[in-house]
Write a protein that binds this ligand. Structure first.
Ligand code: ADE
Ligand code: ZN
Length: 330
């Protein structure tokens, strides 16, 4: 079977980061915004390194000016995911980019996103859940406002709270209040850690934010006591190998620790992060991992079951999606 048709679950996907370059280019044209600097000649996104990537990401996002744009974006992203065999996805949604953290505006954006998700579920058979996300380099005050947006919309479609952005800015602990607010609202928690900083960052995420999943977390491999803690505590890593290699966290897939983490018992999953930025797809990730580490269909089926077990969704949804992932007739 081809990896493309294998049913997949993806836990780590930024909605703006999944925007196809053509989608952003045509919105920029509609709004007469000059974004030519952020594109390469062949039509991809252009940036030098992670920090420049964050700037380009925010520039691209600047043309997503209202709920309607986010609805269209959600539809385009889910169609692209479904095309890769993804049947369940979770996406990071940042109120910073959806009404500048104003709660009433955020509700309008979320309404459009949710409606697009329902249409995609009906038309393309893909289920989406939202993880409201603060952006680390926007600071702790902004994160509390984001957590307020999360509190006001928690339940149903919004199942999680997380943090992305520049890991070199502030500490995980600075965001403890925002994460406490989200936890009290019944949301499940994840944060980016151990992508650019080392094992101490992952420890801080566990100790100070008490998250149950870690975005990336790959640099945990530099401290085997921490790796064992991840295994013992059943922490799931949202690993994005193509993102890590493209951004230079590791020079190549051969040096990437995903296989070592898995061998030591850590619950690893595979996601694309910001697929067009890293010129990847879920199918491409599976093909690369198969080539590099000899993983086959049974490995990917197992990884997808780890993902659905760690998914931020209700039990009825988990049971329904698990059946689809387990079906052998694809
Ligand atoms: N936002 C979008 N992609 C990200 C990444 N890989 N790391 C941190 N923040 C992000
Ligand atoms: Zn990410």
């Amino acid at each position: 079977m081809s990896f493309k048709s294998l049913p997949k679950a993806e836990l780590h996907l930024h909605i703006e980061g999944a925007a196809p370059p053509d989608f952003i280019r045509s919105l920029a044209r509609e709004k007469s915004v000059d974004l030519s600097k952020i594109f390469t000649e062949d039509g991809g996104y252009a940036y030098r390194d992670f920090w420049h990537f964050l700037e380009v990401y925010e520039a691209a996002t600047s043309v997503l000016t209202g709920p309607e744009e986010f609805g269209r974006l959600t539809k385009a992203v889910l169609e692209a995911c479904a095309e890769q065999g993804v049947v369940y996805a979770e996406t990071f949604l940042a109120p910073d980019f959806c009404g500048k953290r104003d709660v009433e505006a955020w509700k309008d954006y979320l309404g459009a996103i949710e409606q697009a998700a329902q249409e995609a579920e009906r038309d393309a058979g893909i289920t989406l859940r939202g993880i409201v996300t603060c952006v680390r380099h926007f600071g702790a005050d902004a994160a509390r406002e984001t957590a307020k947006c999360a509190q006001e919309t928690a339940g149903g479609f919004v199942t999680g709270f997380g943090m992305g952005g520049d890991e070199k800015s502030g500490t995980q602990g600075d965001f403890a209040y925002a994460f406490d607010m989200a936890r009290e609202a019944g949301l499940q928690l994840t944060t980016h850690a151990g992508e650019w900083n080392g094992p101490d960052e992952v420890r801080a995420a566990l100790d100070d934010l008490k998250v149950e999943r870690i975005g990336h977390g790959v640099r945990s491999i530099e401290d085997l006591a921490l790796v064992d803690r991840l295994t013992d505590d059943g922490i799931t890593l949202e690993v994005c190998p193509g993102s890590n290699v493209f951004l230079g966290v590791y020079p190549d897939l051969k040096s990437h620790p995903i296989a070592k983490l898995r061998e030591r018992g850590v619950k690893v999953t595979v996601s694309t992060d910001d697929p067009p930025f890293f010129r990847t797809t879920m199918t491409q990730e599976y093909e690369n991992l198969a080539r590099q580490f000899g993983w086959d269909e049974s490995d990917f089926r197992a990884l997808n079951l780890v993902a659905i077990d760690a998914a931020f969704c209700d039990e009825a949804t988990r049971t329904r999606i698990r059946k689809i992932l387990e079906a052998q007739d694809v």
